[in-house]
Design a binder for this molecule. Structure first.
Ligand SMILES: *Cc1c(COP(=O)(O)O)cnc(C)c1O
Length: 379
């Protein structure tokens, strides 16, 4: 089955008791057992729930993965993946990952004995040089947030296989519509489904997709033991979202391309980061590895004062954290998503004080452009 068909149908069968076409929200904590040790596959909703199962099958199919697990948030999913390892183990992470990933690594998991090195993963040599005998995992984001750099997933997967390391990709920005890391040899895909997969900014969720049986087993155990699971209602909302993922992504990509090109022509914009632009340093790699270039753009308006004025002046674009919804959201990474990254690290990674990030929505692109134009005029 092709992608859009799977998006609508995978994991979902009409409800056997009523024929309901849509998977119901199974608001239940427990399930009647026919006898000791005899049940219909469900015992307690921390372990599994039919609405969550439908979503897990749906997104796993989109990622071409054998299995998927839905978590309460992207961070809960990432935490569970890092905790596959043991104290003393070392993990190589892309240096401009999502701020929360940096935060959980440095401020939570290092206290439990995991070690992290943040390197520029756009060069495989940096990964090779950072690997030690204790390295057990490589965790990359591509495109990165918010500077939109691209990491070559095939070479990461190849190196990880050679050294028997787990390779992990945070595929939140690209979504499986644009990029399917497992097909490129990556072991584990993680998502904040809060973003594009849900697509309507009305729930929080995380996801892990993988073909690795040992990882599946360990994560299922983690869900049962720790309980960082997605609720049935959130799973249902997300199922509504994934059905339209393909059509939404097409529009996000088309409008983002138009906006990125327009921004590059503006005198007040110093730099535009968008993998679809020919001048993006990894444009060729993005073209090879992704189907299109996504709906996220960042651009530099020079100074903090300019960024403040610009963000205060936008009307249609909402100033907010998060991304991937149908509405256009605009944010200031340095003071919002990346506030927990130390200033020198942040600047080194290109997250300057004048950097503005835009999550291009599916409104009419002319209206978005008009809003950006009037706001740029104010600086
Ligand atoms: C938002 C985000 C996360 C965290 O997900 P939550 O659902 O907010 O917990 C992780 N990675 C990326 C790339 C994100 O954008």
């Amino acid at each position: 089955m092709k992608f859009s068909t799977k998006a609508v149908h995978a994991g979902q069968v009409p409800d056997p008791s009523t024929g309901a076409v849509m998977t119901p929200v199974f608001l239940t904590s427990t399930y009647v057992q026919e006898g000791l040790g005899k049940n219909k596959g469900y015992e307690y909703s921390r372990v599994s729930n039919p609405t969550r199962t439908a979503l897990e099958k749906n997104i796993a199919a989109l990622e071409n993965a054998k299995e998927g697990l839905a978590f309460a948030s992207g961070m809960a999913a990432i935490d569970a993946v890092f905790r596959l390892l043991n104290p003393g183990d070392h993990i190589i992470v892309s240096n401009d990952v999502y701020g929360g990933t940096y935060r959980i690594a440095k401020m939570v998991l290092e206290n439990y004995g995991l070690q992290f090195s943040f390197v520029d993963t756009t060069s495989i040599d940096n990964i090779i040089n950072a690997a030690t005998l204790k390295t057990k995992m490589i965790f990359v984001e591509t495109p990165t947030n918010p500077t939109m750099t691209i990491t070559d997933l095939k070479s990461v997967a190849k190196f990880a296989k050679e050294r028997k390391l787990l390779s992990v990709v945070d595929n939140t920005f690209a979504t499986p519509y644009l990029q399917q890391p497992i097909d490129l040899g990556i072991d584990i895909v993680v998502h904040s489904v809060t973003k594009y997969l849900n697509g309507h900014s009305d729930m929080l969720g995380g996801f892990v997709a993988t073909n690795n049986n040992e990882v599946i087993q360990k994560l299922r155990f983690s869900q049962k033991a720790v309980g960082g699971i997605m609720s049935p209602f959130d799973a249902w909302l997300c199922l509504r979202g994934t059905k339209t993922l393909a059509v939404r992504m097409k529009q996000h990509c088309e409008s983002a391309m138009i906006i990125a090109e327009w921004l590059s022509r503006q005198r007040k914009v110093k730099k535009v980061n968008y993998p679809g632009l020919k001048k993006h340093p990894q444009h060729a790699l993005a073209k090879k590895q992704m189907k299109h270039f996504g709906g996220m753009i960042s651009f530099d308006v020079g100074t903090l004062a300019n960024a403040k004025k610009f963000l205060k002046s936008v009307k249609l674009c909402s100033l907010a954290e998060s991304l991937g919804g149908v509405e256009t959201l605009i944010s200031h990474p340095a003071s919002m998503t990346h506030a927990s990254v130390p200033k020198n690290e942040r600047i080194k990674n290109g997250v300057t004080d004048g950097l503005v990030r835009i999550s291009v929505g599916i409104e009419d692109v002319e209206d978005i452009l008009q809003d950006l134009q009037q706001a740029l005029k104010k600086i």
